[in-house]
Design a protein around this ligand. Structure first.
Ligand code: OOG
Ligand code: MG
Length: 263
């Protein structure tokens, strides 16, 4: 169901994208549009995406968010969201992340994959996701809600491209059947101290479920996950707030380390 006209969708898209590009906080949009639906919010997100594409920004992948209990509990939201990944979100392993470009960044340990077959429909299974996976790669997402104090509801966050802002992919990859994704362990260190740990199963019992759910959510708009897609499956652990001077290392079983510093 939709409650917003196209004009309002465009206005909200401009409002949220300006906050992203200029790194300032805004109040959550459901304060002004309390009746707006998840579908309205998704329209706003796709409008932001089209605006970026019209300016020459390339889309390089998709992400799922709020797919683990750790994240849902942390944010007080009980339903996943998704977002797009633009070219300038991608940073190399070992990057110095410029906090001046961001509002209140947090980091999350995730598993990501690259597909080799189209995934489409509302009933994609774990096995179909595994069969469609070319490689599994570790990824650390840096999220940055545009909303004041990182507080939102599912509708507001979906419109805000699910807090997407930057991500770092590790240099190692594995075949999808090289190990069990659900028992793969991750440990996050901040300034040399362990701050979070978890295993792949934190993400909807198996990270492939997250991809199946993305296919389902996209199918509602008659969209699909094309072959060759890069997809981040969502934070395994709760997200950790970072400040200038912090260093982050995420150690993945089988998949090596990802490091970054915040400047
Ligand atoms: C929403 C985005 C969550 C994840 O991996 O769970 C997300 C948020 O918590 O700001 O990217
Ligand atoms: Mg994430």
């Amino acid at each position: 169901m939709r409650t917003l006209d196209q004009n309002t969708v465009e206005q909200l898209a401009d409002h949220l994208e300006k906050a992203e590009l200029e790194a300032y906080e805004v109040t959550k949009i459901t304060d002004d549009y309390p009746d707006m639906t998840f579908t309205d919010a998704t329209d706003v997100q796709w409008q932001i995406r089209r605006n970026k594409e019209a300016r020459g920004v390339k889309m390089i992948g998709m992400k799922m968010g709020l797919t683990s209990w750790a994240k849902m509990e942390q944010m007080g939201v009980e339903q996943p969201c998704y977002g797009f990944l633009a070219d300038y979100f991608s940073l190399p392993d070992g990057a110095e992340v410029q906090t001046s470009e961001l509002i209140h960044p947090k980091v999350e340990a995730e598993l990501a994959l690259v597909t080799k077959k189209v995934l489409k429909g509302s009933n994609v299974t774990i096995q179909e996701v595994l069969d469609a996976t070319d490689i599994v790669v570790p990824a650390v997402e840096i999220i940055d809600s545009r909303y004041k104090d990182f507080k939102f509801d599912i509708t507001s966050v979906q419109a805000d491209n699910s807090s997407s802002t930057r991500f770092v992919v590790g240099s190692r990859s594995a075949a999808p059947d090289a190990f069990d994704w659900s028992t793969l362990g991750v440990v996050m260190l901040k300034n040399g101290e362990v701050v979070q740990m978890g295993a792949g199963a934190a993400v909807l019992d198996h990270p492939a479920n997250s991809v199946a759910m993305l296919a389902k959510m996209l199918d509602e708009r008659d969209e699909e996950i094309p072959a060759g897609s890069f997809i981040m499956t969502g934070g395994i652990t709760a997200a950790v707030l970072v400040e200038p001077g912090d260093s982050i290392v995420v150690r993945y079983q089988h998949l090596g380390d990802i490091t970054m510093t915040f400047v």
